[in-house]
Design a protein around this ligand. Structure first.
Ligand SMILES: Nc1nc2c(ncn2[C@@H]2O[C@H](COP(=O)(O)OP(=O)(O)OP(=O)(O)O)[C@@H](O)[C@H]2O)c(=O)[nH]1
Ligand SMILES: C[S@@+](CC[C@H](N)C(=O)[O-])C[C@H]1O[C@@H](n2cnc3c(N)ncnc32)[C@H](O)[C@@H]1O
Ligand code: SF4
Ligand code: SF4
Length: 362
């Protein structure tokens, strides 16, 4: 992986951004990023098999990670100068970050109307949900792949399902809804649970999303043949007692394609299910995301092989406009799709990034 530390792009052999690209985060393919995802930490208290190795990773030292003030400043630069309209805090596990509520409160003070959401594994959420709501968090997504304690423990390598369920209920109770639930389906492990997960979610009023497994795991265990595809997920749900119809709402660049859910045999819509089909039905042509890693590097694509450092600028006395300028250049070089010039996760020319999903900020 290469890290761009600020050489002029021509000298570094990278595409140069024309002035006509404007002040926002436009890339060479005409897409403009308005959705910022910041990783608050690379650490996590679960070890999901599709993400982390059993032994964990070498965590970043504290001074390598962006400080609370640096995060708040980057969000301000993003919103005020670069056209960011939506923020998601992620990780690693964002709830393990000390100072999380303070970060959210400061962002909320600066940007009263900005949608600020959090993606979490839910551990400890039962204790923190009210404080997050009070600090100004808009919404929450919780990852939970199984309703069976043994299967949950097999997937996450930790026996904490009951704690996650308590966190989800508390988030809903304090008004952090619409709560969305993210589930990765793994063949032969939890794929048979798809209808039961949807039944639980619609009864509880949550929006479930199934995520196709992507090749971003530390163990390099992903194979195209073994992953559960979106088409299979729809078939599993239809065989399991549900009818799906396309949701008429605009997708608006969202990773999830939404479906209206009815119980088989007709009747009214009982809920919505999303399917995030990054592998078999990619949505790169309408990508609106820019990412900042926990150590302050821009990743223009989830699958990028190049990162652009902003932390050095932040700590070196750069002005807001200098930081914004480097961020714009990084996004100009965003790959067309899947870190390449075409879609094709798992194709012969696909090279898995060195970072795992947890270290990118999923
Ligand atoms: N390939 C790809 N997958 C993404 C991208 N952004 C999100 N995802 C996938 O979507 C999953 C769910 O993302 P969330 O963090 O819940 O965010 P979201 O779906 O944008 O959230 P909402 O706005 O609440 O619907 C992630 O874990 C990824 O697997 C992206 O830019 N590219
Ligand atoms: C990397 S986690 C970070 C936030 C938090 N720890 C959590 O699990 O929600 C964000 C999302 O990425 C998803 N994810 C992780 N590895 C993945 C993979 N290899 N393929 C697809 N989704 C993955 C998780 O299921 C989770 O919903
Ligand atoms: S998916 Fe989230 S909870 Fe699971 S190991 Fe990765 S970062 Fe941790
Ligand atoms: S793979 Fe890259 S280009 Fe495609 S949607 Fe994800 S971040 Fe955007």
């Amino acid at each position: 992986m290469s890290v761009n530390l600020g050489l002029p792009r021509v000298a570094a052999g990278l595409p140069q951004r024309p002035v006509s690209a404007g002040s926002g985060l436009m890339d060479r393919f005409g897409r403009t990023a308005t959705d910022l995802r910041i990783s608050l930490t690379d650490k996590c208290n679960l070890r999901c098999t599709y993400c982390m190795p059993a032994e964990g990773l070498d965590w970043l030292a504290k001074d390598q990670v962006l400080s609370d003030e640096e995060i708040v400043r980057l969000v301000r630069i993003g919103v005020d100068r670069l056209g960011i309209r939506e923020l998601r805090l992620t990780g690693g596990e964002p709830l393990v970050r000390a100072g999380l509520t303070g970060i959210i409160a400061a962002i909320r003070r600066n940007h009263p109307g900005l949608p600020v959401s959090l993606t979490t594994n839910g551990l400890g959420l039962d204790k923190k949900a009210q404080a997050l709501k009070d600090a100004g968090l808009s919404r929450i997504n919780v990852s939970m792949d199984s309703l069976h304690p043994e299967t949950f423990a097999r997937l996450t390598r930790r026996p904490f399902l009951d704690r996650v369920l308590r966190g989800i209920e508390e988030a809903d109770r304090v008004g952090l809804g619409l709560v969305k639930i993210n589930a990765v389906l793994m063949r032969g492990i939890n794929d048979h649970e798809a209808p039961a997960l949807l039944d639980w979610a619609v009864r509880r009023g949550f929006e479930l999303r199934f995520i196709e497994q992507m090749p971003l795991d530390a163990d390099h265990g992903w194979t195209r043949e073994n992953m559960v595809t979106a088409a299979e997920i729809r078939a599993l749900l239809e065989a399991g007692g549900f009818d799906l119809a396309p949701d008429p709402r605009r997708r608006d660049g969202a990773p999830a394609e939404r479906w209206q859910v009815r119980r088989s045999g007709g009747g009214s819509v009982v809920g919505t299910v999303g399917i995030i089909a990054s592998v078999t039905e990619p949505f790169c042509a309408d990508c609106r995301r820019t990412r900042i890693t926990a150590e302050g590097r821009v990743r223009s694509c989830l699958f990028s092989h190049e990162e652009t450092d902003l932390r050095g600028l932040l700590r070196g006395g750069a002005t807001d406009e200098q930081v914004a300028g480097r961020w714009r250049e990084a996004m100009w070089a965003k790959p067309k799709a899947h870190g390449m010039d075409h879609t094709g996760l798992g194709d012969a020319d696909y090279v898995q990034p060195e970072r795992t999903m947890s270290a990118i900020g999923g």
